[in-house]
Design a protein around this ligand. Sequence first.
Ligand code: 13P
Length: 248
Amino acid sequence: MAGKLVIGNWKMNGRREASAALVNAMLADSRINRAGVGIAAPAVYLPLLESSLSGSEVTLAAQDVSRFGKDGAFTGDISAAMLADVGCRYVLVGHSERRQYHGEDEAVLRDKLLNVLAAGLVPVLCVGETLAERENGVYKDVIRRQLSVLEGLAPHQVVVAYEPVWAIGTGKVASLEQISAMHADIKAWCLQIQKSDASICTLYGGSVKADNAEAILSIDSVDGALVGGASLNVESFAMICKAADKLV
Ligand code: 13P
């Protein structure tokens, strides 16, 4: 077993030289350079990472994809087939920053999911509630609605990442109880929505750091981590990958 899955999400950071140096430093670290680790880089740097990662088992991920499936007049868009062409395996779909800043809703995300699957890639559907939604008690309805885009899709085809919006980039981590309860709910809801009893792979994201990774990844219902800020630093990302490697 390769341990639990860890995907680093670099978000909109880095330049060509710095990204090349970062990925090469990561590949030189045996805690990171192994199966079960992925890096989601900005789209323009995917080819650069693809060549650095060749020969390594670290997988390449994209942070977003076009909602349109066929080539054509969609200026600025990048299709799932293009992401496959530059060596991606995973594609983040519906990250809260996409929902928040680009107004992505369920209809758009459903199109994206289907396009990613049609290209033979693995979508990582990101779901998560805002602080207001948690505090006023509607957060379970919110997550359930966000998961509804999975209807009819086979569980083994999709990874779900639970990223509470209030824990992203804030240093505020959900408690182990909150993470454990929500992951169990997500798995149960996915089984209902996807009408299957197969296992669902769920990642946790939101201020995962070197010092909390082991506790979070030790939760049974957590199958891995989606890491933002800490994935831009070799040592902290290595510590997280190492914590994940010990666990299955
Ligand atoms: P941080 O780890 O920086 O909180 O970001 C989490 C995230 O959004 C990963 O997709």
